[in-house]
Design a protein around this ligand. Structure first.
Ligand code: GRF
Length: 186
């Protein structure tokens, strides 16, 4: 049974958003933490705290074959909502269809501006007044699904990509748990 309040968090790296989602969980329960990178530091953090984890190196496996194995693991854990948190892999159309309307992501820009990578450097280069982050639904088109929530961060004259990233990341850690709690209730 897929329960919307049973959340899987998908990571590939350090997992700071995953930690924020775990530590600020209110309306949802973290049922599984999964990674396509067995060496992801966030996975070790999750294991040490007794969370169920799933890992499979995605390099060398055909995309949909990986996604079918991932999907089976989500089913086993009764997952109903999939939260991407620094999951550096584009999901296959099969997976997006199978979990349609149930996958969310955090992206470090004020969507629809700056989809893709290097969002902070691009915002600074364009002399934007604000950067920020967005939680959005995942669809087949990259970073293009419905925006569920956003937080703005002023860009200072002294900012570079790293300093802006630090301040935006702090906002991500506040925004994502709040929006996810609202999302699982809707
Ligand atoms: C965050 O900036 C997030 O917006 C982007 O990837 C980064 C992940 O960082 N999708 P972390 O692994 O959550 O620390």
């Amino acid at each position: 049974m897929r329960d919307p309040k049973h959340v899987a968090i998908l990571i590939s790296g350090r997992g700071s958003n995953m930690r924020a989602l775990v530590e600020q969980a209110k309306e949802y329960e973290v049922a599984l933490i999964a990674s396509n990178k067995p060496e992801a530091p966030g996975l070790e953090w999750a294991r040490l705290r007794g969370f169920s984890t799933w890992e499979l190196e995605s390099k060398g496996i055909e995309k949909e074959a990986f996604d079918r194995k991932l999907s089976a693991a989500l089913e086993v854990h009764g997952v109903g909502t999939v939260a991407l948190a620094g999951f550096m892999r584009i999901l296959s159309p099969w997976f997006v269809h199978e979990w349609r309307g149930r996958i969310v992501n955090i992206h470090p820009s004020l969507l629809p501006k700056y989809r893709g990578l290097d969002t902070h450097a691009r915002a600074i280069a364009d002399a934007e007044q604000f950067g920020g982050c967005s939680v959005h639904l995942v669809t087949e088109e990259l970073d293009a699904g419905e925006v569920l929530g956003q937080a703005e961060v002023p860009i200072l004259p002294t900012d570079n990509a790293q300093s802006l990233e630090r301040r935006v990341l702090a906002e991500e850690h506040r925004l994502y748990p709040t929006v996810l709690s609202e999302f699982v209730m809707r």
